[in-house]
Design a protein around this ligand. Structure first.
Ligand SMILES: NC(=O)c1ccc[n+]([C@@H]2O[C@H](COP(=O)([O-])OP(=O)(O)OC[C@H]3O[C@@H](n4cnc5c(N)ncnc54)[C@H](O)[C@@H]3O)[C@@H](O)[C@H]2O)c1
Length: 388
């Protein structure tokens, strides 16, 4: 594993609410104005060896991650505002905090690109996406199946720069990008940050399944008033998001294995653009479950969350972990980084492999990957050795 020497340049297409909350947040944290709550790389620990060994270092001390002081940022947007002006407009952070952290920086030794741009219209893989050669000839012909996000990703991967996809867009989830990523040893991951309602879904649903509780229906609706909400008011963009949000329950609950519990459950997801709420989303879930002898029960969740506050620490972790993957001889050449599924609503996997959506399986996968990278024993939670 190469050490994390020098500055790490973070390139961000899309300087909206998430990107600016991330950048201003990192600046605030490194100046001691705030703490990195919600970030596994900054707050998390990792158990090593037996439970009796008492070894639980911080993740940031266990693997050689770039330090926050070594991050420098750049971004693109279709609006002309600089990051400071964009952050003021996004309205997530107060002006006083933004004024404290408004500055310029440069001098990167390594690069990572992370998509924080809007959700694009729904696209399905076509012939032009099947190989690097087909994609490159499509670029020359301005093929309309090539989305803007794919052009950013192509530029990054062509230079061997890792790419993370924070939106549900197709972007790097096509054979052409897998090929390019492996060829140029540029790690890739996606899609769609797992925050808000889907985060809760992937926490609750594994619990119901563990206890063999059945599900009749899950209705999720929310109101939000940021620009993301406005974009998702467009049916074509909403379809991209809907596909991403709907997929999680089916995989976690496995109706084919448990037909009496999960066959025919009704799953509905709605997003309503409501400007007065700005970035402060309110999400309601009504969950109809059933238990012993089929008796029905209901659970209601009312999550008053802040979209970009939940997403910003994910951006930080993804940047640091992708940079780590790029410096790791085991990970840099494999393309898709499935161990980063923890952060996504629609985790990318090798073709033909179903994704793991259960947050706790995803966390175990992530931590075992870190143990593997450092030559530590993987933790299976078997624990029989304590009873010899
Ligand atoms: N906040 C969350 O909890 C969350 C969770 C999952 C996914 N996401 C996704 O993250 C993305 C960013 O969310 P946000 O709240 O910051 O949205 P936002 O609308 O505030 O910001 C997106 C920015 O991308 C810009 N943009 C659009 N197309 C572009 C292009 N081709 N090149 C450069 N810039 C472009 C827009 O002008 C806008 O400023 C969205 O796709 C959203 O769906 C957010």
């Amino acid at each position: 594993m190469e050490p994390a020497h020098g500055k790490l340049g973070v390139m961000i297409p899309g300087m909206g609410a998430v990107a600016t909350t991330f950048v201003a947040g990192v600046e605030a944290i490194r100046r001691g104005h705030a703490r990195p709550i919600g970030s596994l790389t900054q707050m998390g620990t990792i158990r090593l060896g037996k439970r009796t060994a008492g070894r639980s270092p911080k993740i940031s001390q266990f693997v050689p991650l770039a330090g926050l002081n070594d991050l420098v940022f750049t971004g693109w947007d279709i609006y002309e505002d600089n990051m400071y002006a964009a952050a003021r407009k996004a309205g997530v952070l107060e002006k006083e905090l933004l004024d404290k952290v408004n500055k310029k920086s440069s001098g990167a030794k390594r690069l990572v690109m992370i998509w924080c741009g809007s959700t694009e219209i729904f696209l399905q893989p076509k012939a032009v996406h099947q190989s690097v050669k087909a994609f490159e000839s499509g670029l020359l012909k301005n093929d309309e199946a090539i989305a803007p996000s794919m052009i950013y990703a192509y530029a990054a991967l062509s230079e061997g720069v890792p790419f993370a996809n924070g939106a549900p867009n197709l972007t790097v989830d096509i054979p052409a990008m897998h090929e390019l990523a492996r060829r140029n040893r540029a790690p890739i991951c996606g899609k769609d940050y797992k925050t808000g309602q889907t985060l809760l879904k992937t926490i609750l649903a594994p619990g119901f399944k563990s206890r063999m509780l059945g599900l009749n229906g899950w209705f999720s609706t929310n109101i939000l008033g940021n620009r993301d909400g406005e974009v998702l008011d467009d049916p074509e963009s909403f379809k991209t998001k809907e596909e991403s949000k709907l997929s999680v329950l089916e995989q976690i609950l496995q109706p084919k294995l448990y037909p009496e519990l999960y066959r025919n459950f009704y799953h509905k997801v709605r997003i309503n653009y409501y400007p007065p709420r700005g970035d402060n989303k309110e999400g309601w879930d009504n969950i109809d479950i059933f238990g012993w002898l089929g008796y029905p029960m209901q659970i209601k969740v009312d999550f008053l969350c802040r979209d970009s506050i939940l997403a910003a620490p994910l951006v930080l972790d993804l940047v640091l972990f992708l940079d780590l993957a790029k410096r790791s001889s085991e990970l840099q050449g494999i393309g898709i980084q499935e161990w980063l599924s923890f952060y996504f609503k629609s985790p990318m996997t090798a073709p033909g492999l179903y994704p793991e959506h259960d947050l706790f399986i995803q966390l175990m996968k992530l931590k075992n990957t870190l143990r593997f990278l450092r030559g530590e024993e993987l933790i299976t939670h078997l624990g029989l050795e304590y009873y010899d």
